[in-house]
Design a protein. Structure first.
Length: 151
């Protein structure tokens, strides 16, 4: 399962925000610059995440985006379901309009258990855990040199 660019940017931004001190607000352009992603596109994604109750958003001089108090418990599945919608669970791998157990595509029976396992894996990984792994240097968050991503 390959996520849309929107989901990829949303996940990166949420993990990046989870690496910040609690309550710290960042402008969307700061986040975009740190991740090396287009700022206008990320701004729209962050607004959607805010409307989805995963982020705080505030305007004004001290405005910006920050994680909600309980967002550290947010799983990757929560983020992906918000950005991809219900299609994540229902969409056919081959793109057929109707693909269910009764009217299955040729890959349905092989793909269904794999998809179920992927969804379960996404549900078991929290932003806090991913942020800790990034901060420890175990994983990179962006395709930027390490020195640039720690500014």
């Amino acid at each position: 399962m390959i996520f849309s660019r929107t989901s990829q940017y949303a996940i990166q931004a949420m993990i990046y925000l989870a690496t910040q001190p609690s309550g710290k607000r960042l402008l969307s352009r700061e986040i975009a610059q740190s991740l090396g992603v287009p700022s206008p596109y990320l701004a729209k994604i962050l607004q959607d995440l805010s409307r989805g109750k995963l982020l705080h958003s505030s305007r004004g001089r001290c405005g910006g985006f920050s994680l909600r108090a309980d967002a550290g418990k947010t799983s990757l599945l929560d983020v992906v379901l918000l950005t991809e919608g219900a299609r994540m669970d229902r969409e056919c791998l081959l793109g057929l309009k109707v693909c269910q157990d009764e009217t299955a595509c040729p890959l349905h029976r092989k793909w269904k258990p794999v998809k179920k396992e992927i969804l379960a894996s996404l549900g078991s990984v929290t932003l806090t855990r991913l942020a800790q792994a990034v901060q420890s240097g175990q994983y990179r968050l962006a395709d930027l040199p390490l020195a640039l991503s720690r500014r």
